[in-house]
Every structure is written in structure tokens, then in C-alpha cells.
Design a protein around this ligand. Structure first.
Ligand SMILES: C[S@@+](CC[C@H](N)C(=O)[O-])C[C@H]1O[C@@H](n2cnc3c(N)ncnc32)[C@H](O)[C@@H]1O
Length: 259
């Protein structure tokens, strides 16, 4: 279940480079010759779809996203690409695709077994389902936010916000996809984001992993106070380097299934 409040594309794109590199890395390893059509599931403000459009300029590409603000931003950023507001869990398309791509999205959707089964049904023969999902639940950042959200001060309001995310292990994804495709590849990359301060980590996570927690708070004062408490926890788990920068490692799981 996602939160009711909509995404903030401007805030999301403040860290466009960090968010787009995994989409480039995933696209680079997709082995499908001359795909006729491609769908980007959870395209956000279009940054990942633009990667696809640059790699396969001849293909028919569509970006879909359940967020109206994200699709509006995508349309403004890349007017030449086709966009649609659509919840992938409610899609009733008969269309089949040569590549189904999804970067940093499925963690916002609950039933991954059903989702992957439905996406595989939308694949043509000799095609690929390519997914990147952050291994966010294992990272000190998510544990820091969870500690704050479960503290006496916040538990009543934010205690259940973690339930808005769904994460599984690499083994889980292998088991649900391997029986449905001819072959698979999987890998994990840890991206070291070099941050000028701990506050920058808060800024980066505010529009994604911390969003569901902030959305549970009613007032701006409460949100600011929650952010301050998270900042204190982050400072403990990510020590500053000698030059003052902070290394913020971000682990991501990639998998591609070929049908
Ligand atoms: C973290 S953003 C990823 C954006 C982009 N793909 C990227 O690589 O940066 C996740 C996106 O998934 C979208 N999303 C979440 N649940 C969805 C669903 N059920 N159907 C379609 N889009 C969904 C959100 O609205 C959001 O724009």
C-alpha cells in the first residue's frame, strides 16, 4: 500500500544523478536485439525512461506511473516520450512488450509474487523483464528511521509507516522468476554516494524512504522535528570522513529474466 499523498518530483530530482545511474546500469545489461516496444513501470519523472529512449531510439517506449505529479513532470521533462498515469497492479492491457523495465519502484507495491507473474504474462517471446530494487531494509539509513519512528515520541503516528514498503531477498526473486523464464541474471551493486553532510542524506531520503513517515505527521513543525531526530541517528551510523564528506553506501539488487 502506498501513501495517499502524492510524490514531489522536484525534490526527487534533486538527486537525479544518484537515482538514474542504476537505471543506466540495468539498461546496459539487457540483452534484447532491436526491441520493438518497451514499458517503464513506475517511470517517475521520466529519468529512467529517458535512459531507455537513448539506448533504444527506434523502439516504441511508454512510461507509466500511478502518480499524477510524476507523470506531469515526466511529460514536461521529455515531451517526445509517451506517458500514462496508470497503476501497474490494476493494468488491464492486452499489449505485450519486448522489454519490461522497472527501476526503484516495486518496493512501493505489495504482492511481488503476483506482480512478477502479471508482468511475465505481458512479455513477448525473446524478451526481458528487468528490475532494480533497493535493498533498503538492510541499510543503516532505514534502521535509523525505524528507530526514530518506533521511539516513544513518534510511535503512535509513525510506528506502522514501514509497512508501506515491501522487500524480499535475492533468493525470493530467483525462486519466483526462474520457473517462468528461460534464463536469469542477478547482481547487487553498492553505490557510494559521497555526501557533503549528514543533512544531505536526509534531503535525499526525504522524498523516498522517509516520505511515508513524514506523510503520517500532520503539521510542518512535527515533520521538521522528525527530520531532526532522524538526522541525529544518521550522524551516529554514518561517520564523517577526514575531509568532512560522508559516505552513504546504497545497495541495490538487479535482476533480469529472459523469456
Ligand atoms: C522511486 S520512484 C522511481 C522513478 C524512476 N523509475 C527512477 O528510476 O528514478 C518510484 C515510482 O514508482 C511509482 N509507483 C509506485 N507504485 C506504483 C504502482 N502501483 N503503479 C505504477 N507506479 C507506481 C511512484 O509513483 C514513483 O514515481
Amino acid at each position: 500500500m502506498t501513501t495517499n499523498k502524492d510524490w514531489n518530483p522536484e525534490l526527487y530530482l534533486k538527486f537525479k544523478e544518484e537515482r538514474t545511474q542504476p537505471a543506466r546500469d540495468l539498461a546496459a545489461r539487457i540483452n534484447v536485439e532491436n526491441p520493438e516496444n518497451i514499458i517503464d513501470v513506475g517511470c517517475g519523472p521520466g529519468n529512467s525512461t529517458n535512459v531507455l529512449s537513448r539506448k533504444w531510439p527506434e523502439s516504441e517506449i511508454i512510461g507509466i506511473d500511478s502518480s499524477a505529479s510524476m507523470i506531469e513532470s515526466a511529460r514536461n521533462n521529455y515531451p517526445d516520450i509517451k506517458w500514462k498515469i496508470e497503476d501497474v497492479t490494476k493494468m488491464e492491457t492486452k499489449e505485450k512488450y519486448d522489454i519490461i523495465f522497472s527501476n526503484a519502484t516495486i518496493q512501493w507495491i505489495q504482492n511481488h509474487e503476483k506482480l512478477i507473474r502479471d508482468l511475465v504474462k505481458m512479455l513477448n517471446d525473446n524478451s526481458a523483464l528487468a528490475v532494480q530494487v533497493p535493498l533498503y531494509h538492510n541499510m543503516p539509513i532505514s534502521q535509523a528511521i525505524e528507530r526514530v519512528s518506533l521511539s516513544k515520541k513518534w510511535k503512535k503516528q509513525t510506528g506502522r509507516a514501514n509497512e508501506d514498503f515491501t522487500f524480499h531477498s535475492s533468493e525470493y526473486y530467483y525462486d519466483i522468476l526462474s520457473g517462468k523464464v528461460k534464463s536469469m541474471s542477478m547482481w547487487i551493486t553498492s553505490y557510494f554516494h559521497i555526501m557533503p553532510s549528514h543533512q544531505t542524506i536526509v534531503e535525499m531520503i526525504k522524498s523516498t524512504g522517509m516520505r511515508t513517515f513524514l506523510d503520517k505527521l500532520d503539521t510542518t513543525e512535527e515533520k521538521i522535528e522528525f527530520e531532526k531526530d532522524v538526522l541525529k541517528e544518521i550522524t551516529k551510523v554514518y561517520p564523517a570522513q577526514k575531509n568532512g564528506n560522508v559516505l552513504f553506501p546504497f545497495k541495490r539488487l538487479f535482476f533480469i529474466g529472459y523469456k
